[in-house]
Unconditional design. Structure first.
Length: 106
């Protein structure tokens, strides 16, 4: 019986950028302190640079979001504009909110 080597497994692509401490530890839900843009009671209501409805702004405030992480900043605007987005980020950086916030806004 001849030896047959196992098939070659394709290696994943190398990570080209990594979230920094700003993404995971200083922003999003892990941050203490108000985000004046979200808390502005007079409106317009914003999450980072994106305008959101009053209900979404208050929900974000209630669950403790202060400002968007990098993946959220990069995805929310294009998704609100109706574009398709493919994003990749490490665990804990807010990918679910990155697509969930525009979904709720629609």
């Amino acid at each position: 019986v001849a030896y047959v080597p196992p098939p070659q497994v394709k290696q994943p692509a190398p990570v080209t950028s990594r979230p920094n401490n700003t993404d995971r530890n200083r922003r999003g839900r892990n941050n203490a302190g108000p985000n004046k843009a979200v808390l502005n009671e007079a409106g317009p209501y914003r999450f980072g640079t994106q305008q959101v409805s009053r209900d979404v702004a208050l929900a974000l405030k209630t669950i403790g979001y202060k400002e968007p992480t990098r993946i959220q900043s990069d995805c929310i605007g294009p998704l609100l504009a109706g574009n398709d987005v493919v994003g990749q980020a490490h665990t804990g950086t807010g990918k679910t909110a990155a697509f969930g916030i525009p979904l709720v806004e629609q």
